[in-house]
Design a protein around this ligand. Structure first.
Ligand SMILES: [Zn+2]
Length: 87
């Protein structure tokens, strides 16, 4: 099962409305098209503006975008909340 499928299933289990907040249609695609198992990593930044990373690790929030294929509106979901470690 692709990450996109897992995100869609998790949203369905939680009764999340799939109506686009911008145009009202229900036409979503994963943020990276055919590469449905990729996700985004929002960087953590200190109050001083320093990005939290070392040569071997990067601190950040794992997110998955759904993009409305009609108007381009982007929803961003936390993978920790939706799928936990099952990426
Ligand atoms: Zn839309």
């Amino acid at each position: 099962m692709s990450l996109l499928d897992k995100v869609r299933a998790a949203l369905g289990e939680r009764d999340v409305s799939l109506d686009c907040a911008s145009c009202g249609q229900r036409s979503w695609k994963g943020g990276w098209g055919e590469l449905g198992n990729l996700y985004g990593l929002l960087p953590g930044v200190t109050p001083d503006g320093v990005i939290m990373e070392t040569p071997v690790a990067r601190g950040g929030l794992a997110v998955y975008p759904l993009i409305c294929s009609n108007c381009g509106y982007i929803r961003l979901y936390s993978l920790e909340v939706l799928v936990g470690d099952d990426r």
